[in-house]
Design a binder for this molecule. Structure first.
Ligand code: GAP
Length: 449
């Protein structure tokens, strides 16, 4: 993990938040390369979950949530960790993280009884800070999908089964944020809520487990590092009938990367108006505040029903960490030399190509390189960078370390014969190719998965 953290800081992937003032635990900022990688990962998810399907629509809802949303969702009641305080050194621990009845910090056995601590952040909306203006920062993106269920249904006329996908920030006041960007207080989720008929739910659950596993493999996770784990009944969230976690072998151990839950009719049943009009299977609290029925018409029986929900919910930051971990390698080059290389799948690489003029500030070479950069950039495959430093070897090393799949060197032969040197990150092979071939080879390299 230390190597990854150091690379992330040195090369501009991830920085400690508020670092100038000592930093804040559990908060990180994504730097110039981090934001590119994160955006590429989001784009890959969005493409597979929304664009490639006709049964899923997207949403981008507000983060600040009315308390009623999180009251009926069950979060006010249940979204808590049990905490234990050490009376001797005043440290605070998640009770389930204590191996025995001693404080991990000072060893004292003078510990308080476990007591619940709600993980939701609160803020106020508007100029007056009172009970009326109070709001939560959403602890998951899912709830606003349920709140918008009728809006999306009315505006798209989708028949069940269909889904609503959202990528966005979620906030949890984690007691022990740790392991770099693994457990954060502010993080991003990529969530799909897929609405199905009761009876078809188990089959759809299996479908999404397979689909999501396959997607992570396509992003570059190796099959030996990812596994399925069925969450035991006693550990299931209050809304879940069955949850399969995709577990990844992170640098600090095997932990959850994504959860795929069968949320039954709990969510729409909790938020719907006129609950008594429906046969709601989940145990929900009475809702007298909701203003809309969250049901759909069964065209066969002509009766309205509350759909079940299958939810694949992935952590973007955890995905980022897992993919960096997979890609990071130190390779021996012989003669006591080695290189660090980030073998990211090309579609995820922050920079797709570096265009390097052989001589720094040589007008003819730089002009040529600038035009080549503009031409490749215009293909829309991702960021292409002009490197006008003149040091080819240093540029190759830097771009290997940040995962750039191709380096293209413009030299005097380019001006005379129209050829460039095309270098492949993984094989380090360099081929002299004609300019006409550059677009084809570059496109082929970036589009491979
Ligand atoms: N809507 C369901 C839900 O939020 P969850 O298991 O609590 O379920 C889903 O969270 C995913 O969000 C997890 O699999 C994980 O990848 C990510 N996640 C949850 N808490 C996180 C945290 N504190 N920091 C980073 N990622 C987190």
């Amino acid at each position: 993990m230390e190597d990854l953290v150091s690379l992330c800081k040195r090369r501009g992937f991830v920085f400690q938040s508020n670092g100038l003032y000592g930093g804040t635990q559990g908060l990180y900022d994504y730097g110039p390369l981090g934001v590119e990688l994160k955006n590429n990962l989001k784009a890959a998810w969005w493409s597979s979950m929304v664009h490639e399907r006709d049964d899923v629509e997207g949403l981008d809802a507000a983060i600040l949530s009315k308390p009623s949303v999180l009251r009926y969702s069950g979060h006010e009641e249940t979204f808590a960790d049990l905490l234990t305080d050490c009376r001797s050194c005043k440290s605070r621990w998640r009770s389930d993280s204590l191996a025995d009845s001693n404080c991990p910090s000072c060893g004292s056995d003078d510990l308080t009884e476990p007591r619940p601590f709600n993980l939701m952040f609160k803020t106020s909306v508007g100029p007056v800070d009172d009970d009326q203006s109070f709001a939560y920062l959403r602890p998951e993106t899912a709830q606003q999908i349920f709140i918008n269920f009728k809006n999306v249904l009315d505006s798209t006329s989708k028949p069940v089964p269909f889904g609503i996908a959202q990528i966005g920030k979620a906030f949890r006041n984690e007691v022990n944020p740790r392991n770099f960007i693994f457990r954060l207080r502010e993080f991003e989720q990529m969530e799909l809520e897929f609405f199905v008929q009761k009876g078809a739910d188990e089959e759809w659950h299996e479908y999404w487990v397979e689909k999501r596993l396959d997607w992570w493999l396509k992003q570059g996770i190796s099959s030996k590092n990812i596994s399925l784990f069925e969450v035991p009944e006693k550990d299931l969230s209050h809304y879940s009938k069955k949850t399969i976690d995709l577990m990844y072998e992170f640098p600090h151990g095997l932990e959850e990367l994504e959860g795929i839950a069968n949320r039954t009719d709990f969510d729409l049943g909790s938020h719907t108006k006129n609950q008594k009009d429906f046969k709601i299977n989940a145990s929900v609290i009475d809702n007298l505040e909701s203003t809309a029925k969250l049901s759909v018409l069964n065209t066969k029986t002509n009766k309205r029903f509350i759909p079940y929900v299958i939810e694949p919910s992935a952590g973007l930051d955890r995905g980022f960490l897992a993919l960096l971990n997979e890609a990071y390698k130190k390779e021996s080059l012989g003669n006591n030399k080695e290189r660090t290389v980030l073998s990211l799948a090309p579609h995820l690489a922050p920079i797709k190509a570096a265009i390097i003029p052989l001589k720094k500030n040589n007008k003819a070479l730089v002009n040529f390189a600038q035009k080549l950069k503009a031409d490749l950039q215009a293909l829309g495959l991702g960021r292409v960078l002009l490197e006008n430093t003149g040091n080819i070897g240093k540029n190759y090393r830097r771009h290997d370390e940040i995962g750039t799949p191709t380096c293209i060197t413009v030299d005097f032969d380019t001006l005379e014969n129209g050829t460039v040197t095309f270098r492949d990150r993984d094989s380090m092979e360099q081929s002299i190719i004609s300019l006409e071939k550059v677009v084809e080879l570059f496109t082929k390299t970036i589009k491979q998965t």
